[in-house]
Design a protein. Structure first.
Length: 642
């Protein structure tokens, strides 16, 4: 949980004052390490659960502020967006029944949050990315009112000097720009913490870097964003761009992004990470009333190191080094930020168990990864896992090339089992959680694979709109999630009879955006009419929108236009689109009620209505679309489902 009583650090005097405190914290940290003032006892583990809030229609429900006003549990806190919550699980000693206790805590927290959410017409859903999110959900009106979030948004935008640009290529391709940091809110994760003594921090941090790729390959759960099928864990690509503070000029200098896997193994100390972050990354947040850490040490107190922690919280390493204190004793921990939320609490704790087991097992059996592999190989493995999941090809020890599924099944699961046994974990817990990973790998069914395969099943008939497909997908996901069965046991989402989903269909036909056609063929105003006529013939369409290079709607070419042109028998110079198109055609928005669109088309005789948002073409609806909608509603009525 980040500090919220902060300001931006754009003013020079404020930035200098904060930097002075930051450097003082670093000096105090060095002194504390020299004096061996850190907890060297048994390892503790912890976790943070991020959640989506969804309406009964499986759309983002921005009610987090209202929930937090009512909830009587300080472990549940805000996140960037009003449709997200975060629950902080209590830390516990690793070993014994710590894993099953973590799962019990996690289920309790989700149940508590869900109970309050239901009071506001919402439910909690655990998934890495919410497929039904749309860019309209990501405006500043949906940002949680907090000085931290406002300052982060304002400062990063100023540093970047323009919109955030997202380009991700997977099965489909996504290319969007956005004018605030709310794209970050598309991601939710299950972040796990692993405490380490300073003397073993470098080795354990390197282990975390080594195994993060394989663990992620088995945990992927985020393949859909804005209707596009992208990476198996799209969060990795999206988060890397959603808060990128580098302007185009600075990117050309190959400056490091704030979201990073890193570039080298840690050699000796946690200080290497903190020093690099101060040297490379500009301060973006400040805070008032910062303590003098050396004065605190002189009084015999463990300092908060608030400036260091605040700056550390604005550099987003996938494995983050963290400083904290518990009961007046300082500690270091490694926060793994890679694991996605969902598909179930059982799956999440299984992912954590696999990671925790490897953190212990690799170090015991293999030693420091720094001595075993080039860092770039581990980094490449991480991005391969995010792209391809269990199908990723990994480089491994001694130059071996192996698939993720083979590596996990043949080498890493036995290591993780030994690691958990080494720290005294109950055998029943080891069997339960590593058994989930083993079954997931054998069946090749990760959360991402289930989503993509179910999406394919739901779309192959072509009867449902993309939004309806996504909502059906999430409804089924939520049902399985609440049942608690691990994802490898989930049957694929199948299109059901209308009687089973009447409310879903009725609500799914209320707005134009829920059934409009978004896969469009368009022409430019200076294209030949022959091109427009050919496309209409080839694709069996009667209307083609005319747009400029920025996607602004300029006109509409209709079948009637072409017939009139033929009737006139115009000869001579080639005819271009702008000469025959309908200028400034009637339009609707995605939020236009379906009935209003129907009335407009019937009363004014339109065969097609372009759908425009913020001046840009986003879809079309035609008479055929409305006939399809009407037939669905009529089918419900005739079956007595009204």
């Amino acid at each position: 949980m980040g500090e919220h009583q902060v300001t931006d650090a754009r003013a020079d005097d404020e930035s200098r004052a904060f930097m002075k405190s930051l450097l003082a914290d670093m000096h105090a940290l060095e002194v504390m390490l020299e004096r061996e003032m850190f907890d060297e006892g048994p390892r503790r583990i912890g976790a943070e659960q991020e959640m989506f809030l969804v309406s009964r229609d499986m759309l983002a429900a921005p009610v987090a502020v209202e929930i937090l006003d009512e909830i009587d549990d300080g472990r549940v806190v805000s996140e960037l967006a009003r449709f997200n919550l975060e629950a902080n699980l209590d830390p516990r000693l690793l070993g014994g029944d710590s894993l099953s206790a973590m799962e019990a805590d996690l289920r309790e927290m989700v149940t508590v949050a869900n109970g309050y959410a239901r009071r506001h017409g919402a439910q909690v859903l655990l998934t890495g990315i919410l497929p039904t999110l749309r860019r309209k959900d990501l405006g500043l009106a949906n940002m949680t009112p907090s000085p931290r979030y406002k300052a982060l948004n304002d400062t990063l935008l100023e540093m970047r000097g323009g919109d955030f640009q997202i380009v991700i290529k997977g099965i489909d391709e996504l290319d969007v720009s956005h004018d605030n940091v709310m794209l970050e809110a598309c991601n939710t994760s299950f972040q796990v913490h692993f405490q380490t003594a300073p003397s073993e921090f470098a080795k354990l941090y390197n282990v975390a870097q080594l195994v993060t790729g394989p663990v992620l390959a088995a945990a992927v759960n985020s393949p859909l964003l804005f209707g596009s099928r992208l990476w198996q864990e799209t969060r990795v690509a999206l988060f890397s761009s959603s808060i990128d503070d580098r302007s185009n000029a600075r990117q050309h200098r190959t400056l490091r992004p704030r979201v990073t896997f890193g570039d080298n193994w840690v050699q000796d100390s946690v200080l290497e990470i903190f020093r690099e972050q101060i040297a490379r990354f500009r301060v973006v947040l400040s805070a008032p009333d910062l303590e003098d850490p050396m004065a605190a040490l002189d009084r015999g107190h463990v300092p908060e190191l608030k400036a260091l922690r605040l700056h550390n919280g604005t550099v987003y390493r996938w494995n983050r080094a963290c400083y904290g204190k518990t009961d007046g004793v300082a500690h270091l921990r490694i926060e793994n930020r890679v694991l996605p939320a969902g598909p179930t609490p059982l799956d999440e704790v299984a992912n954590a168990a696999f990671l925790f087991g490897l953190m212990s097992g690799v170090l015991e059996e293999l030693g420091n990864p720094r001595d075993l592999m080039e860092f770039d190989v581990a980094k490449a493995n991480f991005f391969a896992a995010a792209r391809y999941g269990l199908k990723a090809q990994f480089g491994w020890l001694d130059g071996e090339t192996i698939t993720a599924s083979e590596l996990i099944g043949e080498q890493l699961l036995p290591l993780a089992r030994e690691g958990l046994q080494h720290v005294g974990t109950d055998e029943d817990d080891i069997a339960r959680y590593l058994g989930v990973i083993e079954a997931r790998v054998k069946t090749r069914k990760t959360g991402a694979r289930w989503i993509l395969d179910s999406h394919k099943v739901l779309t192959k008939t072509g009867e449902a709109s993309p939004e309806m497909v996504e909502r059906r997908l999430l409804r089924t996901m939520l049902d399985h999630q609440q049942a608690g069965t691990p994802v490898h046991e989930w049957p694929l989402c199948e299109p059901g009879p209308m009687a089973e989903h009447k409310d879903e269909w009725r609500r799914g036909l209320q707005r134009v955006g829920q059934f409009m056609t978004t896969d469009l063929f368009t022409v430019r105003p200076h294209d030949l009419v022959d091109l427009a006529a050919s496309v209409m013939e080839w694709e069996h369409v009667k209307h083609i929108p005319v747009e400029d290079d920025e996607g602004h709607l300029l006109g509409l070419v209709t079948h009637r236009n072409l017939l009139r042109l033929v009737a006139r028998g115009k000869q001579g110079e080639p005819v271009i689109v702008k000469d025959i198109m309908v200028h400034d055609p009637a339009t609707v928005t995605p939020e236009t009620p379906t009935l209003d669109a129907m009335n407009k088309m019937r009363e004014d005789g339109y065969g097609c209505l372009p759908v425009v948002q913020d001046g840009k073409l986003v879809g079309v609806i035609t008479q055929s679309d409305l006939i399809r909608v009407s037939s669905r509603l009529l089918e419900q009525f005739l079956k007595g489902e009204d």
